[in-house]
Write a protein that binds this ligand. Structure first.
Ligand SMILES: Cc1cc2nc3c(=O)[nH]c(=O)nc-3n(C[C@H](O)[C@H](O)[C@H](O)COP(=O)(O)OP(=O)(O)OC[C@H]3O[C@@H](n4cnc5c(N)ncnc54)[C@H](O)[C@@H]3O)c2cc1C
Length: 406
């Protein structure tokens, strides 16, 4: 039997949430394991600014998340690589005249947020992990099983290569289809939105003006998110959420025909859609764990909750889970309390569940409202958008909340 290695905290999954948590816990006298099914070897990020070399997965990072990434030492590498600050947001209804504009000047901020390629965030965090002697990284290591240690409060983790770890706290940062969540018997409330999101990068004719654009169609929202460009070439990442039955037909189109459909759905707001990179489709499912914690186990980020991407809040909520869990674990550690103690973990759950639920309910409300075709509801939402746009303080409050600082 393989030797068993003991850690204070074992984190399964080194996506944005898992690698951020490992770094947030580092340097305070804890022994940390970070287990990832894929390779953790540093990879060269592509320098080319062209359609083929953008990561199709991007995130709209709020100022609050940026500040956390700065504290972890990761933002500096992201900024040195590439990102696009967005200073403006334009949201409008395909079925009417209503629309709303948000600008960073409304709240005296330099930007509303930043669009960053996911692999740039993970790579910057893993650079920090690699420089931390108290984090043992298990690369290309897939979780096979996890269970409670017979005699006590600890957790035992078995990896597919036969390695065995024990930890006072096991953290599930293994994403939406979390195996830890399933193996430890956490219940979830979930339902299918009946939507998939088509994600790709496009080149457009006109400048995106550092703006996030979102058009609400009755078949689902379509977002154009600004990316860095050069030499007069303008790029956007698109997230097009659509009813399931419409997605396969769009994926089957050739590049030219897809660009034409996209341009039509977007009302040509950035001129012609000139080219598009390969397209990917992600199923969209609302999922929320009823409990985030058990003695010795905590769920964070997508392992705890997944949300419709229409307001780009998923990983922003996840990074706040990370910040709060790290704060509670480190405060407990300073008082000599084990990181797996249920009371400590419940504090984490209390502090995060309300905010996550509120955001999920708001996104569901938005989505439902914009799917309505009944005339009175269409009139209401158009009048509502125009009204909010004219109410300074309410608009400012909305902007601050979306920036994570409200
Ligand atoms: C179309 C789309 C657009 C989105 N846009 C935005 C946006 O603009 N802004 C935003 O904030 N959010 C956005 N999101 C949500 C965001 O992408 C997720 O919230 C985020 O990626 C979740 O990060 P995570 O670290 O929790 O999980 P993941 O990124 O899924 O990482 C989980 C990690 O665990 C590893 N793993 C899984 N199983 C095992 C195992 N058994 N053993 C070992 N390792 C394992 C995986 O390899 C992976 O590296 C979007 C989501 C979608 C679908």
């Amino acid at each position: 039997m393989a030797d068993t290695r003991h850690f204070d905290v074992a984190i399964i999954g080194a996506g944005i949430a898992g690698s951020a948590l490992a770094k947030a816990l580092s340097g305070r006298g804890l022994a940390i394991a970070l287990v990832e099914a894929q390779s953790l070897a540093p990879s060269q990020l592509p320098a080319e600014l062209d359609l083929e070399h953008f990561d199709p997965r991007v995130s709209a990072i709020t100022p609050r998340s940026k500040s956390l990434l700065e504290d972890l030492g990761a933002w500096q590498s992201i900024a040195a690589y590439r990102q696009c600050a967005y200073r403006h947001m334009t949201v409008w209804d395909a079925e009417g005249t209503g629309g709303i504009e948000f600008d960073c000047a409304d709240v005296n901020a330099p930007a509303l947020g930043h669009i960053v390629e996911n692999r740039a965030i993970v790579s910057a965090l893993l650079e920090q992990v690699a420089g931390s002697a108290d984090i043992v990284a298990y690369s290309n290591a897939r979780l096979q099983d996890c269970s409670r240690v017979d005699a006590g409060a600890g957790m035992r983790v078995q990896l597919e290569d036969g390695a065995v770890l024990e930890a006072d706290l096991l953290v599930a940062a293994d994403g939406a289809l979390s195996r830890v969540r399933e193996m430890m018997g956490f219940s979830t409330r979930e339902w299918d939105y009946g939507h998939r999101a088509i994600v790709t990068t496009v080149q457009v004719e006109r400048s995106h003006q550092d703006t996030c654009w979102q058009r609400f169609l009755t078949s689902g929202p379509l977002a154009f998110l600004p990316l860095p460009g050069e030499d007069g070439r303008n790029y956007c990442s698109i997230v097009w959420s659509l009813r399931d039955d419409l997605v396969d037909d769009l994926l089957a189109l050739d590049e030219r025909a897809f660009c034409t459909e996209l341009e039509r759905a977007f009302e040509g707001s950035l001129g012609a859609v000139l080219h598009c990179a390969p397209r990917f489709a992600f199923p969209l499912r609302q999922r929320h764990a009823i409990d985030y914690v058990q003695a010795g186990v905590a769920l964070v980020a997508d392992a705890a909750h997944t949300i419709h991407p229409l307001a780009g809040q998923g990983i922003n909520l996840g990074l706040q889970d990370v910040a709060v869990l790290a704060e509670e674990v480190l405060a407990g550690h300073a008082r000599g309390v084990s990181p797996g103690r249920l009371e400590l973990l419940r504090r984490y759950q209390r502090r995060r569940k309300g905010e996550n639920l509120l955001m999920m309910a708001a996104m569901d409300g938005f989505k439902a409202l914009f799917e309505q075709q009944a005339l009175p509801l269409r009139w209401l939402r158009n009048a509502g958008m125009r009204g909010v746009g004219q109410m300074g303080p309410i608009k400012q409050q909305l902007i601050r909340r979306a920036m994570g600082v409200g």
